[in-house]
Ligand binder design. Sequence first.
Ligand code: UT7
Length: 323
Amino acid sequence: MIRSVVRGFGAALPKRVMTNKEIESKVDTSDEWIVQRTGIRQRYIAGEGETSASLGEAAARAALERAELTPDDIDLIIVATSTPDNTFPATAVNIQNRLGMRHGAAFDMQAVCSGFVYAVATADAYIRGGLSKRALVIGAETFSRLLDWTDRTTCVLFGDGAGAIVLEAQEGAGTKADRGILTAQLRSDGAHREKLYVDGGPSTTGTVGHLRMEGREVFKHAVGMITDVIEAAFEATGTTADDIDWLVPHQANRRIIDGSAKKLGIPLEKVVVTVDLHGNTSAASIPLALDAAASDGRIKKGDLVMLEAMGGGFTWGSVLLRW
Ligand code: UT7
């Protein structure tokens, strides 16, 4: 059986750090409120010349280097982003061009904060279906450019960055002991689309728009949706919470992360948390967290790793993989 195995990983962050203290000078908020309600202490903000494509390219190059591969070895690029450099063409073809690739296929995936989980699930389907041998899966965002910097209920939460992995087709035995992606569980429910959205777009206002969120409403649904798709992944693979070596959640709010882990019975020592350093980087948050925990040696070859995300749409999903 063909499995999609992680062969490399990488990340890129803008140069500029913005602390909670700095945001205190922009809107009526406090470091204490932000830390207590979200766990966020700082975020990175893209400067001039830094875009989703430039950050995505840097993350992709780091992942290729770690995989000891070149762009010639890749036949598919999927970029999860809600903040493309242009409405079209896709940020994925922009990155393809920056990498000097003239072959293969490249496209974007739009599932907001669940984008990376959706992109990994899609690349896995391409690989298992024989349409791709090696895929670059990238989450790249510059949410700072969608924020209303006068709205304290949203501007304190988000940051910019990118992360990438290389997925490669490898033969597996078809058991849960295989390396690679064991299952992906995707869900969406558009009835919630106005709880977290951008109030502009090419087909409505002709503008980019600003992010709007009913934070409390999103919060209310988050833990239940996250635990639902993780339990579905356990059921699909015959695994339990005790088998998990690392939970790598989407990094929106420390309270959501802790609440989900607690409900599932996953000890907090097994949870990768980067929300304090990066804020919510939407589709980039999981690959940024993967890069952090795999670079410092926490996530090791053979570890069972659960990815999960929930966000705008609503969309939510999980991926269970053996590193
Ligand atoms: O990644 C996509 C998924 N997104 C999420 O998962 C976000 C989910 N939501 C959340 O993380 C939380 O709901 C927030 C962090 C957005 C807000 O936390 P909360 O505990 O739900 O606060 P709240 O919205 O209930 O607001 C509590 C109070 C309000 O004041 P009153 O009405 O009690 O007087 C807000 O006006 O906090 C006030 N407030 C702030 N105060 C200082 C809201 N934002 C701020 C702020 N600084 N930045």
